[in-house]
Design a protein around this ligand. Sequence first.
Ligand SMILES: Cc1cc2nc3c(=O)[nH]c(=O)nc-3n(C[C@H](O)[C@H](O)[C@H](O)COP(=O)(O)OP(=O)(O)OC[C@H]3O[C@@H](n4cnc5c(N)ncnc54)[C@H](O)[C@@H]3O)c2cc1C
Length: 471
Amino acid sequence: MKMQTTEGREAELKQDALDGLRMRLRGPLFLPGEAGHEESRSVWNAMIDRKPAVVARCRGVADVITCVQFARDNDMLLSIKGGGHNIAGLAAADGALMLDMSLMRGVWVDSQGKVAHAQAGCLLGDVDRETQVHGLAGVLGFVSATGIAGLTLGGGFGYLTRRWGWTSDNVVGMDVVTANARLVRASSDENADLFWGLRGGGGNFGVVTGIDYALYPVGPEVVGGVVAWPASEAPKVLELYRTLAEKAPPELTLVALMRPAPPAPWLPKDWHGKPIIALLACCSGRPEDGEKLVAPIKSFGKPIGDVLVRRPYAQMQSLLDATQPKGRRYYWKSEYLSRIEPALCEKAMAHAATIRSPHSAVILFQIAGALNRLEEGHSPVGNRDARYVLNITSAWEKADEDRANIEWTRRAWEDMKRFSTGGTYVNFLTEDESAERIATALGKGLGRLAGVKAKWDPGNMFRTNRNVKPV
Ligand SMILES: Cc1cc2nc3c(=O)[nH]c(=O)nc-3n(C[C@H](O)[C@H](O)[C@H](O)COP(=O)(O)OP(=O)(O)OC[C@H]3O[C@@H](n4cnc5c(N)ncnc54)[C@H](O)[C@@H]3O)c2cc1C
């Protein structure tokens, strides 16, 4: 059968080599046409349609080592799928051996030491579910079906970021199968250079098989949810967002969303599809304090829907899931911001008013706090001056709507990028980004990352990612 070499040439993969691989693995191997292949190769963004030559659904570290050794021996391109949520579809590559990590979803919690060890195939919801048993949580993202590996390796932010920093700031160690097919530990005590590179440098250095996260007391009940108003109220609601966010304690995270109303049961039917503005809030501190903090939101104007209430933290962590299903077509543009300026709010409202699809949105996430207190070189994720994230997200169903939606996104971004800190989130980059923008997203640590790459992956075996060339 045909495969791609690491350098991207087409080559022949011998049947006996494949048979040998199948025999050495504990997990299943899927060729095109075999049950499981389609499910593994498909990723969250339906714009991506890549065709790996073989999929190995690894059942443990030994399977990962076997696959890396096989890719080395056969000079075969390798790709790694965590949750498959990367918008650019970096988990899949044509002609590659895809390592699908979805069978490696164990989580072990040390409640005394406040550390969770999670296998790298976990989704965010897997970790939250297990840590919440102990009233603990790690710093993860907003949608529970996202993979922990891709999110953490690129930085990661969510409702707890204001208190404890990027997700990667809260990693205490990782287990990694490196390019020479050996398992190593990366932490501040062992292979510290590798540990530095993994916290923002993506999958450039090996296959991560396990991640240890620092945990903090959170929940089980928090105050969180959404309040929505008609888009005509957006000027006043954005001003409320701006002023509340600036003085909010780190326990409170505020997100502003402008979009057509989704068909959610908490919104009146006659509002579905009509333009709204919503504030999403999560107060991860004591619920009684949270209720006081969100009171100005709940009492503001005449909302058309309000589900900002006491709820389990694990439920809060999946509140947005239904708005981001796998299988739609997606295109995003994003920038880090140091403040919310009135002029930016005006632009955001104007572009939200011309959205081309019922699933698209202009979103402002608040992340200011702990991440700003660490020095820039603490890890390659950098961007220690970022206080908000602007994400212009379009989502639609049919290929013939690609152009209109992509054009809308790009136009809005061109108009708003002047408010950027100059940094952008590597995990939000789409397939068509320029080399310059990818380098910008990899940040000021790029030179140092290239050195770490040269030591750990001199042949650039791990390249189906935001690639750092070994120097
Ligand atoms: C709906 C949605 C919501 C999101 N919300 C947030 C959010 O709240 N906060 C946030 O920070 N980000 C968020 N993201 C972005 C997210 O961080 C990235 O999409 C991330 O890449 C997802 O990780 P994954 O494991 O699912 O990715 P995949 O698509 O599986 O992989 C992405 C990259 O990571 C590499 N990789 C995956 N697993 C491994 C591994 N075990 N070892 C080495 N490399 C590996 C892959 O090779 C690939 O290059 C969101 C994305 C989506 C689609």
